[in-house]
Design a protein around this ligand. Structure first.
Ligand code: NAI
Length: 338
């Protein structure tokens, strides 16, 4: 019996290892800004995906070492490094998903919008190269302010004649990850079960967790709703202040971005049951871009989920009405940049 148990344990362990070691599909993922605070742990997490055959790491500096380091992990994907603008086109050729965490991050006292002047140009240049080299790829934009950088990307793609709104995503997964964590803690729920849709945009009061739509169904007092909503909205600032000048969320962001990449790859691989929240072109409200749950498929967004916006509580409806003008202004700022 002991021998059998040892053999079973060994078999289970080997199966667990094989999950990381055996390629199941062969997608190529590029990360622009791969040597940064988010880029490095994100690259590591994607290196562990069995769905990835090649990982293209691009940055303006310091990416060679990151790639050499990662390439020693015995998971199947090949790691290639690309440094500087002259290598950007090659980093994008043949790629299925491009993730952009390039650019400056917040320091204490800064809003996401304060990053606009630096990051708008970085996103514009990155997306121009994507349009020229991998126009069919899913584009995941992490660089802030997401509310403006996604509209900038859309304008660039339109100007290049290759805009597919179903494949352009602002990454808001971290808002969902935080909402799930805080709600599970507050209500003593099993983390793995909790799912809170987060809609609106990705900054301050524009981040609107729909606590009434939490799954599994759970009730909150008015005080709990207020406390949780404010904490989810300010969670980024919580990290910025704790890091005291050393940047903003990188590890939790990498975790969230890796989840969004994995979901996208599963959708590309034909899984018909993939849903994520994301800031995308939308007709769910009068705003041209809006974060909501979306169904992902092989060709990108298959459907937006309008039911999330129906039957909102009075608190949520009011918060939605209040965030719209601010979000509209951030979107217009992006559209006018190009
Ligand atoms: P970081 O400063 O540690 O890394 C940024 C990286 O971008 C650096 O390696 C830098 O060399 C690179 N870079 C600069 N210009 C570039 C260019 N033209 N092309 C390619 N790479 C370039 O910053 P961190 O902490 O990794 O944050 C990156 C971005 O992600 C920031 O804009 C930050 O605000 C945003 N962010 C977004 C979140 C979200 O929920 N969407 C959450 C946390 C951060």
């Amino acid at each position: 019996a002991l021998q059998r148990s040892v053999a079973n344990k060994a078999q289970k362990q080997s199966q667990r290892l094989q999950y990381h070691l055996q390629p199941r599909a062969s997608f190529k993922v590029a990360i622009l800004g791969a040597a940064g605070g988010i880029g490095q742990p994100l690259s590591l997490l994607i290196k562990m995906s069995p769905l990835v055959s090649a990982l293209h790491l691009y940055d303006i500096a310091n990416v060679k070492g990151v790639a050499a380091d990662l390439s020693h992990c015995n998971t199947p994907s090949q790691v290639l490094d690309f440094t500087g603008a002259s290598e950007l086109p090659n980093s994008l050729k043949g790629v299925n998903v491009v993730v952009i965490p390039a650019g400056a991050s917040r320091k204490p006292g800064m809003t996401r919008d304060d990053l606009f002047n630096i990051n708008a140009n970085i996103v514009m240049n990155s997306v121009e190269a994507i349009a020229d080299n991998c126009p069919d790829a899913f584009i995941h934009i992490i660089s802030n302010p997401v509310n403006s950088t996604v509209p900038i990307a859309a304008e660039v793609l339109k100007q290049k004649g290759v805009y597919d709104p179903k494949k352009l995503f602002g990454v808001t997964t971290l808002d969902v990850v935080r909402a799930n964590t805080f709600v599970a803690q507050k209500k003593n729920l099993k983390l793995i079960d909790v799912d809170v849709p987060v809609i609106g945009g990705h900054a301050g009061i524009m981040i609107l967790p729909l606590l009434s739509k939490t799954r599994p169904s759970v009730s909150f007092t008015d005080e709990e709703v207020e406390e949780l909503t404010v904490r989810i909205q300010n969670a980024g600032t919580e990290v910025v202040e704790a890091k005291a000048g050393a940047g903003s969320a990188t590890l939790s962001m990498a975790y969230a971005a890796a989840r969004f990449v994995e979901s996208s790859l599963r959708a590309l691989d034909g899984d018909g049951d993939v849903y994520e929240c994301s800031f995308v072109q939308s007709d769910l409200t009068e705003l041209p871009f809006f974060a909501s749950r979306v169904k992902l498929g092989r060709k990108g967004i298959e459907a937006l989920i309008p039911s999330d916006l129906q039957g909102l509580t009075e608190y949520e409806q009011k918060a939605l009405d209040v965030l719209k003008p601010e979000l509209k202004a951030s979107i217009e700022k992006g559209c006018q940049f190009c």
